[in-house]
Write a protein that binds this ligand. Structure first.
Ligand code: ATP
Ligand code: MG
Length: 201
């Protein structure tokens, strides 16, 4: 059902986006366009989630570049300070689009709950860990497994105008696992949540 609804909504949204592109540009029109682009992104997430991301082929990618692209996508939707500490030149065989989506989802969460998101890389003997840290309230250890459940949102009572549906973490973990890795949640040295994408090297 999710896939069906998402798919049906794509055509009218595309039509609206094209019509907006032909209108005289003004701040209002630009804001509407940005909303439409965000909605299209959300629909793509639901569709990807519904059909599974397994299909994409792995190819060699520069992690620094990938993180930078992911950060740009996240920044389009949210305000906040973004610190990128992933150097260029670290190459890994990954499903590029899926991993970019994974990083974007986690930066989106970090900026939604905190005012600062930091992305860093730890190269271990067997793993590459991409950490996404924030300075928000974090998630208590007993809630962490719950946060991964599709459509589960922990902050309904916290009165945030977050507008999420609760798929970001489920999708991000699916993607990490599709790489033979995992997504780990822990306490961040910045005070909030640390989400770690652990990839085998
Ligand atoms: N960085 C974070 N700090 C604090 N709480 C978080 C953080 N990331 C996720 N959460 C909590 O986990 C829940 C699930 O996160 P998830 O990303 O799956 O969904 P969402 O952000 O609410 O919606 P979506 O990502 O689909 O737009 C969130 O509703 C929030 O309560
Ligand atoms: Mg999210």
């Amino acid at each position: 059902m999710l896939a069906g609804v998402s798919h049906d909504l794509k055509t009218p949204l595309t039509r609206i986006r094209l019509q907006l592109a032909m209108m005289d540009q003004s701040p209002d029109v630009e804001a509407l366009s940005a909303d439409i682009i965000e909605m299209e992104g959300m629909l793509n997430d639901y569709l990807a989630f519904a059909r599974g991301e397994g299909g994409e082929k792995s190819e060699l990618a520069d992690l620094g570049t990938l993180v930078r692209d992911a950060a740009e996508a996240a920044r389009r939707a949210r305000q906040g300070k973004l610190e990128l500490l992933v150097p260029e030149g670290v190459l890994l065989s990954v499903k590029k689009n899926a991993l970019r989506r994974c990083v974007t989802n986690l930066i989106d969460n970090a900026l939604k709950h905190g005012s600062l998101a930091t992305v860093s890389l730890d190269l271990e003997a067997r793993f590459a860990d991409i950490h996404i840290d924030d300075d928000g309230p974090g998630i208590s250890p007993d809630q962490r497994e719950e946060a991964f459940r599709p459509f589960r949102r922990l902050d309904e009572g916290r009165n945030l105008q977050t507008g999420g549906v609760g798929l970001g973490l489920s999708i991000a973990r699916d993607i990490a696992r599709a790489h033979g890795g995992d997504l780990l949640l822990s306490d961040s040295p910045r005070g909030g949540l640390r989400a770690t994408i652990r990839l085998p090297v």
